[in-house]
Design a protein around this ligand. Structure first.
Ligand SMILES: Cc1ncc(COP(=O)(O)O)c(C=O)c1O
Length: 358
């Protein structure tokens, strides 16, 4: 009964690599494993949610008109250049539904966010993986693969490496004419973007989310910016009510409270520098990052990712073991930048780990 496409995907056993569950109360733990904002949403968003709760007896606006207008002003593009989705996760799926035929290849540089692969497979596509040498972006190597694929996914900044293909490199790939999906989930922390240029390009979709800097991961709102022709296709195949009333209202208010956004971004950048410095002082190798997380080689501490994650989890601190990310290996972890007290607790606990190992 099951379709060939889904059956193939199930037999390949590819699924979202959830963080390992530890026997601890996650509510009490310091969660530095999911790249969420440790500051949560703006208080103004919480007030807007209360007000809009009176409207949940009715269906949401299927076109999300107010939200699209607010996003278009935030980016500086026309409203018809914006598509919305139930998190960017839904939009990755819509893109593959719309543009991938069975057997088409999608270029996926590794390591990266696993939803690109999952969306591609579930829609009958074939991931074409290419490993980033030393976790660095080399345009020439990516360009060589572009001719054989239908589309390419690129995190900018990329999860978990925290770095990005250069703007020159990206423009070179775009010049090859294939559809390029640039995922800017962490753009607010990075401060560079290609979204404003997307409407003028025939083959660029830029994806963004309210799950990170805006602190709305639980409400599921993402969006795509691009040429109106591409955007319209995504909107036409999206389920009409996929972004609920509360989510739409919260995202609109989050965009209005720019002061709060600036405060969060400034704090995260400051803490990123602090954490990188402290972890480097402990002897770990920390990759530079433009996002709200750091990718770290723990092998200088004569350990591996699993052991250090286990040690921290027992002390109620969750970080991400990257050994179940494709193309990473057993030495690397990813740590979300937390608040100063959270980061201090992490560093103190790692000092104990290091002390105990000597
Ligand atoms: C690179 C990247 N893109 C997209 C997402 C998911 O965004 P959303 O919550 O909007 O589905 C994540 C979440 O971790 C991510 O790391």
């Amino acid at each position: 009964m099951i379709s060939k496409r889904v059956s193939e995907m199930l037999s390949s056993r590819v699924s979202y690599p959830f963080a390992r569950k530890y026997a601890i109360d996650v509510g009490k733990a310091i969660n530095l494993a999911s790249n969420e904002s440790p500051y949560g949403p703006s208080p103004r968003v919480l007030r807007a949610l209360k007000q809009s709760s009176a409207r949940i007896g009715s269906y949401p606006d299927p076109r999300a008109s107010k939200l699209k207008l607010a996003i278009s002003r935030y980016i500086g593009v026309e409203r018809d250049c914006v598509a919305v989705g139930n998190g960017s996760d839904e939009i990755f799926d819509l893109i593959c539904k719309a543009f991938v035929d069975p057997g088409d290849a999608a270029l996926i540089p590794l390591p990266t966010f696993s939803m690109y692969e999952i969306a591609c497979l579930i829609n009958g596509g074939m991931p074409k993986f290419i490993e980033l040498p030393n976790f660095e972006w080399r345009t020439a190597e990516l360009a060589r693969e572009m001719s054989a694929v239908k589309l390419a996914f690129m995190g900018r900044p990329n999860n978990p490496t925290g770095n990005s293909i250069s703007i020159q490199g990206l423009n070179e790939l775009l010049g090859m004419g294939k559809l390029v999906v640039v995922d800017e989930a962490y753009v607010e922390f990075a401060g560079y973007s290609i979204a404003k240029q997307a409407p003028k390009k025939e083959n660029l979709l830029v994806l963004r989310t309210f799950s990170k800097a805006f602190g709305l991961a639980g409400l599921r709102v993402g969006y795509a910016v691009g040429n109106p022709k591409l955007v319209e296709i995504l909107e036409m195949i999206r389920a009409p009510f996929s972004i609920n009333t509360l989510a739409q209202a919260a995202a609109v208010e989050a965009l209005r409270d720019r002061r709060y956004l600036r405060k969060v971004v400034t704090a995260v950048r400051k803490e990123r520098t602090y954490l990188r410095c402290e972890l480097s002082n402990l002897g770990m190798r920390v990759l530079p990052s433009d996002a709200n997380f750091l990718m770290i080689d723990v092998s200088p501490l004569k350990t591996d990712a699993s052991k250090i994650c286990e040690f921290l989890a027992k002390r109620n601190i969750l970080i991400r073991n990257l050994s179940n990310f494709r193309g990473v290996g057993t030495r690397w972890v990813r740590i979300t930048v937390g608040t100063r007290p959270q980061n201090e607790k992490l560093v103190q606990t790692l000092k104990k780990f290091k002390g105990g190992r000597k």
